[in-house]
Design a protein around this ligand. Sequence first.
Ligand SMILES: NC(=O)C1=CN([C@@H]2O[C@H](COP(=O)(O)OP(=O)(O)OC[C@H]3O[C@@H](n4cnc5c(N)ncnc54)[C@H](OP(=O)(O)O)[C@@H]3O)[C@@H](O)[C@H]2O)[C@@H](O)CC1
Ligand SMILES: Nc1ncnc2c1ncn2[C@@H]1O[C@H](COP(=O)(O)OP(=O)(O)O)[C@@H](O)[C@H]1O
Ligand SMILES: [K+]
Length: 499
Amino acid sequence: MPDSHDDLPIPLYSAAQVRELDARLIAAGTPGFELMQRAGHAAWRALRRRWPDAGALTVLAGRGNNAGDGYLVAALAKRAGWLARVLAVCNPAQLQGDAAKACDEARQAGVEIQPWRECARLEGVLVDALLGTGLSGEVREPYAQAIRQLNASGLPVMAVDIPSGLSADTGRALGVAVRAELTVTFIGLKLGLLTGDAPDCVGALAFADLQADPQIVAGLPAEAVRLAAGNVARLAPRPRSAHKGRYGHLLVVGGDRGLGGAALLSAESALRSGAGLVSLATRSEHVPAALARRAEVMSVGVSSANQLLALMERVDVLVVGPGLGQAAWGRSLLSAAARGARAQIWDADALNLLSVGAASVPANTVLTPHPGEAARLLGCDISAVQADRPAAVRALARKYAAVAILKGAGSLIADPDGRLAVCDHGHPAMAGAGLGDVLAGLVGGLLAQGLPPFEAACLAVWLHARAGERLAVQGRGLAAGDLFPVVRQLLEEHAPCLN
Ligand SMILES: NC(=O)C1=CN([C@@H]2O[C@H](COP(=O)(O)OP(=O)(O)OC[C@H]3O[C@@H](n4cnc5c(N)ncnc54)[C@H](OP(=O)(O)O)[C@@H]3O)[C@@H](O)[C@H]2O)[C@@H](O)CC1
Ligand SMILES: Nc1ncnc2c1ncn2[C@@H]1O[C@H](COP(=O)(O)OP(=O)(O)O)[C@@H](O)[C@H]1O
Ligand SMILES: [K+]
């Protein structure tokens, strides 16, 4: 399957940064209204490409420059012979600057402009030009009502720049947000288009650079990067003389009573990503099943911290937490693991124990919380994590001086130095048990093969999400273990084992 997001840029910006880009472009000689006209044209082109035969559109317009873009789309549609109407949530007499000019242009083109009412008739493709990057705070009335009406209409919706109500910084719906089928965004890709509530609001995402001078754009450091084939790390090809000792020895620690499968999934995932040697420290009663399922994994029963410490002497990387439980067994193994000077991945119950102070995080650790675990680690509730996922993952990385992966749609990876990456791949079919265990093993397998923690985390998240997408064509019911052959295949496509 081709990477359908390949045409999107890599850098991601906040709303303030996009405003700064606008200002720099204007200062360098491109008038604001010229940029708005380019935005109008880009949006109109995208709309016509997606709905060539619609023949009618209704623009819902607010009062800022986002509305200006919408008025210009209406003017272009009208001149192309479409039925084009604008429903104005803000009295056009109150529009200012470029937005007022755009409204005049729509009038001159013969566009019908009417005040928006709750009972207003909607027809054709709906163009959401209510709120753009100027949104601040929860959506107020009557905008909220207009958004609800648009969402309830059952008609196709194109969002201009960003679905109204969605925060360009966090991807959170500020009370309510438009659910678009297509979003056309301008100049810089906004971080909030890729995480949080965005996957349910943005629809297909198209990008238009508005012919912005690439040097001016490159002059502004981005807030984050979007993970893509071109910017995730590659494993080096293996020399013909390769031997397993060069690709790391990884030890998975976990699998208390009733939870044995989680640790085994992580171990198999590490094995399937190319780790040289994989061991599993688990409850003795799980060892026969582990050996039967994966004879390649050296499965050992451990009942004490000392046994684990002895095993740790021989390994390079630890994955601690899958199925670890929070009882005495898991606690003592976690505190033993925390004493080891090894690169580690802490997942699941290792994170839950960490949140209650049962251990402290060693250097070179990757934390892999889902939003519930992240909330416990940060001492807040899940809604606070989801309200600002970029801030939450950054806070975790800082608090624990570790690389942190905040999982869930639009997974984010942060390091303590402030690097931030976002993965807009993945699929809701991945919302099932064990997918996180596979990710933890994958990060570990890549660390074992020599990638640094942040690079290993980014590549693992990207491979995992891409594998989920490939499998999701078959629909729900994806079993975590289904990912192994697909991750292997993707890894080879991305970085072949041999030159
Ligand atoms: N040259 C350029 O810069 C280019 C910009 N471009 C376009 O401009 C867009 C940014 O335009 P912008 O900055 O005018 O803001 P925008 O999003 O239209 O809305 C601002 C208005 O919204 C209102 N409002 C705010 N919060 C609210 C709330 N919670 N609930 C309700 N209302 C709320 C607020 O109203 P007020 O509070 O003032 O009454 C304010 O007046 C950008 O997304 C892109 O589409 C392109 O044309 C390319 C060139
Ligand atoms: N809707 C979704 N879209 C994209 N990825 C998802 C979605 N739901 C779950 N995932 C991914 O699946 C994995 C689930 O991990 P986790 O919740 O820890 O599961 P478990 O603990 O059962 O292993 C994470 O990597 C997450 O990002
Ligand atoms: K909008």
